[in-house]
Ligand binder design. Structure first.
Ligand code: SAM
Ligand code: SF4
Length: 474
């Protein structure tokens, strides 16, 4: 499947901005969704063809409830047909909240003089990683403010530390980053430290809105941020995550712009973003979400379903900013990764272990369930929780694309690896109730594997794990 770029008013060239806001608005304003058109677009996506901006405009302009239901059904079908029931779990670790920027919506902004600024020192970092490993986490995303303290060298050292911390059978096998965009040299450095995905959210793709929210600091430069992931690609870091902060500007514009960004990366570098994030803006200190752009729960569910159909071979990340009931609903439309057991206060994982009292201090998180509670509920809903990191560690890059396009890839690799990593969790960390449910789900998923050979190999590896072996994968 070779991507053929559309013709846009701004041609796609490496390291060149690619968003024309008028063009995006024209797509939105000039597209009228008829029943046939909606049907055509959903069928196109289910046929594994990528959607163009006109197709996406059809979906974002759909307001009829029955038609919206069809879009959601389409997304559900696509997820079931292509990805199956796996949900990958990770935890964010906030490393430092010093920040030179003044994003109007963020509690870490420089003008928030009351914010307690802190960077985890080496001891605290290790304690927090150990606490995360004690819970069974295997995948982290490290989060940083933007500050001269957080140079590429500093971030690379934190990544290396994270990989080194071993605690009994606990270890971190994949470290992703959410931090300020770097220059090419910087991206090279963090890649060498072995990072997985580097995430930079554009926040809003609309230049004027962007300038209003980001008036000071490095982040005020819209174009610099827009092409930052081009710089990552130039540095050889091809595993990148894009995102928009929904609620800063019209959500329909942001959805089209995210698709445009994915197209740009594919057109220039032959590889799309590894993940798309769609955080929903929360009120913060001295900041209230503008009612004009506030995204309702119903709209949020539509955004997730539309993105699933629009970029079918990109991982989709749903975070604990969303409350449990919303997470439960939108998971079915195609999210592939969620965080669990999340604590965003600096140092909170280790402190919670000591005091068990830190939760009341958290204000941004709307889903504060523990990792085990999330896993237990995923199992109840027939999902297969996974901590798999096999593709990344075996150098199989572009795994979402392979899942999508290589027949049998999921049943041969992803499902067995999800089973093996869930088994590790059940053996090492789960309370009895979760373990009982988990082994039943594992048995059911083994039975559903197509090939007898893979079934047998999975069972053999499970036996080895019960005898004490760890980190087995396909
Ligand atoms: N400093 C880096 C940056 O700005 O790219 C990364 C850390 S920042 C805390 C990570 C993300 O948090 C931002 O990209 C933004 O999308 C999100 N964020 C900030 N304020 C938020 C709010 N009030 N509600 C929801 N998400 C928010
Ligand atoms: Fe917050 Fe990141 Fe903006 Fe700093 S740069 S104020 S951490 S969103």
């Amino acid at each position: 499947m070779k991507f053929v770029p559309e013709k846009y008013s701004i041609a796609d060239e490496p390291m060149k901005p690619f968003i024309d806001p008028d063009e995006i608005w024209q797509f939105i304003s000039n597209t009228k969704p008829s029943e046939q058109e909606i049907k055509r677009v959903i069928a196109k996506s289910l046929n594994k063809q990528r959607l163009n901006l006109h197709d996406v405009a059809v979906l974002v302009n759909t307001t009829d409830e029955n038609q919206i239901e069809k879009i959601k059904r389409g997304a559900r079908q696509l997820k079931e047909k292509v990805y199956g029931n796996r949900i990958v779990l990770f935890a964010p670790l906030y490393v430092g909240n010093y920040c030179c920027n003044d994003c109007k919506y963020c509690g870490f902004k420089a003008s928030n003089k009351n914010a307690k600024r802190r960077t985890l020192n080496n001891k605290e970092l290790i304690e927090n990683i150990e606490a995360l490993e004690d819970n069974g986490q295997k995948r982290l995303i490290l989060v940083f403010g933007e500050h001269s303290k957080y140079s590429a060298g500093f971030i690379a050292d934190v990544v290396k530390t994270a990989y080194k911390v071993k605690n009994g059978t606990g270890e971190i096998r994949r470290v992703n980053i959410n931090a300020a965009p770097m220059n090419i040299e910087g991206f090279r450095k963090v890649k060498e430290a072995g990072i997985g995905t580097y995430q930079v959210f554009q926040e809003t793709y609309h230049p004027e809105a962007y300038f209003w929210y980001h008036q000071k600091g490095n982040k005020a430069d819209y174009g610099n941020r827009l092409i930052s992931l081009d710089r990552a690609q130039e540095a050889g870091l091809d595993d990148v995550g894009i995102g928009a902060l929904f609620g800063l500007y019209d959500w329909r514009f942001e959805v089209l712009a995210l698709v445009r960004h994915a197209n740009h990366l594919e057109a220039c570098y032959n590889v799309g973003p590894h993940t798309i994030s769609f955080p929903r803006l929360q009120d913060a200190l001295n900041f209230k979400v503008d009612e004009r752009y506030r995204v309702s729960d119903e709209e949020f569910a539509r955004i997730v379903a539309i993105l699933r159909l629009a970029v079918p071979y990109t991982g989709m990340i749903l975070t604990a900013r969303e409350p449990e009931h919303i997470r439960k609903e939108v998971l079915q439309y195609g999210c592939s990764q969620i965080d669990a057991g999340t604590k965003i206060e600096l140092g909170a994982y280790a402190e919670a272990k000591r005091t068990q009292e830190i939760d009341k201090e958290q204000f941004l998180i709307n889903d504060s369930r523990s990792l085990d509670e999330v896993i237990s509920e995923l199992l109840d809903e027939n999902y297969l929780p996974s901590f798999c990191t096999a593709c990344y560690r075996l150098g199989r890059t572009g795994e979402h694309f392979m899942e999508f396009s290589v027949p049998g890839f999921i049943k041969r690799y992803c499902t067995p690896n999800a089973i093996l990593t869930l088994a590790e969790y059940l053996l090492d960390y789960a309370p009895e109730g979760t373990a009982t449910k988990g082994w039943n789900v594992i048995e059911k998923n083994i039975e559903e594997l197509n090939e007898e050979r893979i079934k047998n190999q999975t069972r053999e590896k499970l036996c080895l794990m019960k005898e004490g072996k760890r980190d087995l994968y396909f």
